[in-house]
Design a binder for this molecule. Structure first.
Ligand SMILES: O=P(O)(O)OC[C@H]1O[C@H](OP(=O)(O)OP(=O)(O)O)[C@H](O)[C@@H]1O
Ligand SMILES: O=C(O)c1cc(=O)[nH]c(=O)[nH]1
Ligand SMILES: [Mg+2]
Length: 194
């Protein structure tokens, strides 16, 4: 799948949004990929994750298990694992840090692919990878549907992205005037309380 094929799936789902968004990282952006509108369609999610699974195997070989960071990573992680024919488990935040819960665990040295939905700063990916390594996993790659950094982020392991975009994102105190003039939407969940 090309970048354009992936973006066509987002466009067809009405998931390529323009406006003024505050991302999970706190950065502001004129573009938001509302991936939930893509993943809510099993056939759309399957097309993307099949292609991601093939790219993972072609790049780093076959993993033993897929691990995703909740919440956004769970659906693409599960679907990618289905095409890889491996188990899919996830970490979730407990007191702010990613933890394995619900009986999920890794065997020592298991080859893990960390599957994210969207990568912007890579913070969520790095935190998830750290949790996997602390649990004894060997993270052979990170993977995501869309890398908004255009390949610039370093998550400490090879990053396999199905689509690589360079989308502008600005700190709150450095907004271009045309973006500052647009009312803010805050669609992410990392900073939600209660
Ligand atoms: O590369 P980053 O700067 O970390 O941004 C991308 C992360 O932000 C979103 O998750 P979010 O924190 O909104 O939480 P959620 O997955 O629980 O919705 C998305 O699912 C990625 O995990
Ligand atoms: O950086 C994010 O939080 C983010 C960006 C984006 O385009 N889509 C998303 O779901 N999260
Ligand atoms: Mg997330």
């Amino acid at each position: 799948m090309t970048n354009d094929d992936v973006l066509d799936e987002f466009r067809a789902a009405g998931a390529l949004r323009e406006g003024h968004f505050v991302l999970s990282s706190g950065l502001h952006s004129p573009v938001f990929l509302q991936k939930n509108l893509v993943f809510m369609r099993p056939e759309r999610c399957a097309r993307l994750c099949k292609a991601l699974a093939e790219k993972i195997v072609a790049t780093v070989g076959q993993p033993d298990v897929a691990v995703s960071p909740a919440v956004g990573g769970i659906i693409p992680g599960y679907e990618t694992a289905r095409w890889l024919n491996v188990a899919s488990i996830y970490v979730e935040r407990e007191g702010g840090a990613f933890k394995f819960r619900r009986g999920f665990h890794l065997e020592p040295g298991q080859k893990v692919v960390m599957v994210e939905d969207i990568v912007t700063t890579g913070l969520s990916s790095r935190e998830c990878i750290a949790a996997i390594q602390a649990a004894g996993g060997d993270v052979i790659a990170a993977a995501c549907i869309v890398d908004r950094s255009g390949g610039k982020v370093d998550v400490g392991v090879p990053l396999v992205s199905l689509c690589s975009l360079e989308v502008p994102a600005y700190p709150a105190d450095a907004l271009p005037p045309e973006l500052a003039a647009v009312p803010i939407e805050d669609p992410g969940s990392r900073r939600l309380k209660g």
